[in-house]
Unconditional design. Structure first.
Length: 387
């Protein structure tokens, strides 16, 4: 019985963990300018805040990486606050969005940001209004807000008309009423039209064959006409980040990096781009890539009391041979010369090097023995060396 109880307990815990982990991913991603609503604190009213931005130096799946602007209450001014604090202070209800354009979203957060430091006022000065002040017997502008008044005023001046709800007085407006008028947000993840790698060749399986230094480009990354705008694009090779193009655009832009493929081993990889918008929503696109750099090949030979070392590396002009020599085993290698064969591919014949003149000579057949007194013949250099 106890064993079954433990199994049931573990199952319940696992379900709770799965649900808790999935809630944030499904219902807590927003766009700039969306409204956020939470429940009552100690039985006192609902509360609303304006989603401001994502701190792009942090993981977007962490609540601490997101910021809101709110009028928190009596004795406090309009301020920035982390979404984590907003979420945990009372029961989080949901977000809401009227789906403004990208330009309107930018205006919403800029207008809200300009109200940072304004005082709190629950009654007549609930949304930055010009009202009659009996104490001074004249009209004056109340540079004050409460939470719902801040959201209402920002939406009125940005979207025009009635803003969120058609409120006529501080008594008729409430965060709860706003929540009823705001549809659930539908975060708009970025789109990546394609990934282009140059120079490269593409085989019939769609794999990009690349070597040396390449440019990796996403010609069109977009967050749509009603999104938050693109923040940056990260480029990854399997689990290794190889570069970031970090510049914000309101709707769409081109993102690219250059990458030296010789910094990793040859082989097949998944190369992908991860585009983030300014609210932390992201989208991934990928292409298969095959890195095919030819590493330097080394051969050792002996000639008339000298040890010789030949290294081979491939160049766009053809193979390059470098000769080193040393007289004694304990000596360090001394570079004799570097020779470009001007060959377009593989060299199958033997290589004759005139060491006295540092001039390479090539012959397809072995030379006669008499020439060995002045020349070094590096034999057994065939196609197998260059593969």
């Amino acid at each position: 019985m106890l064993r079954n109880y433990k199994k049931i307990s573990l199952l319940v815990i696992a379900i709770i963990l799965i649900c808790c982990n999935s809630v944030f991913a499904e219902t807590e991603h927003f766009e700039k300018g969306d409204l956020l609503f939470r429940g009552k604190i100690a039985g006192v009213g609902y509360h609303t805040g304006i989603y401001h931005l994502w701190n792009w130096n942090m993981d977007p799946d962490e609540r601490e990486s997101h910021y809101i602007i709110e009028a928190p209450g009596a004795g406090k001014t309009v301020w920035f606050q982390t979404y984590d604090y907003f979420f945990n202070t009372a029961e989080f209800k949901r977000g809401g969005s009227l789906y403004p354009t990208a330009a309107q979203r930018q205006q919403i957060i800029e207008s809200a940001h300009s109200r940072i430091g304004y005082d709190y006022n629950f009654t007549k000065g609930y949304k930055d209004r010009m009202l009659y002040d009996e104490d001074i017997d004249q009209y004056r502008i109340y540079r004050t807000y409460r939470c719902d008044g801040l959201a209402e005023h920002i939406y009125e001046i940005t979207l025009g008309g009635d803003g969120i709800v058609n409120d006529t007085d501080w008594k008729t407006l409430s965060p709860y009423k706003q929540m009823g008028w705001m549809p659930l947000p539908r975060p708009i993840p970025p789109t990546i039209s394609s990934i282009v790698i140059t120079p490269s060749t593409k085989d019939d399986q769609g794999k990009y064959h690349i070597k040396k230094t390449v440019t990796i480009k996403c010609p069109k990354v977009s967050d749509g006409s009603r999104g938050s705008g693109i923040r940056r694009v990260e480029f990854w090779l399997d689990g290794r980040k190889i570069g970031t193009d970090d510049h914000p655009v309101l709707v769409k832009g081109t993102y690219k990096i250059t990458y030296d493929t010789t910094t990793v081993d040859n082989g097949e990889y998944n190369l992908y781009a991860k585009a983030f918008d300014q609210a932390g929503n992201y989208k991934i696109a990928s292409v298969p890539a095959v890195i095919e750099n030819v590493a330097a090949i080394e051969k050792l030979f002996s000639w008339q009391g000298y040890d010789l070392r030949l290294t081979f590396s491939r160049d766009p002009k053809g193979p390059i041979y470098t000769i080193y020599y040393k007289e004694k085993a304990e000596d360090s290698w001394t570079k004799w010369g570097e020779y470009d064969t001007k060959d377009s591919g593989l060299y199958a014949g033997d290589i004759i090097l005139n060491l006295a003149l540092n001039i390479p000579e090539y012959e397809s057949e072995a030379d006669d023995a008499g020439r060995f007194t002045h020349q070094c013949k590096l034999t057994a250099i065939g196609k197998d060396v260059f593969i």
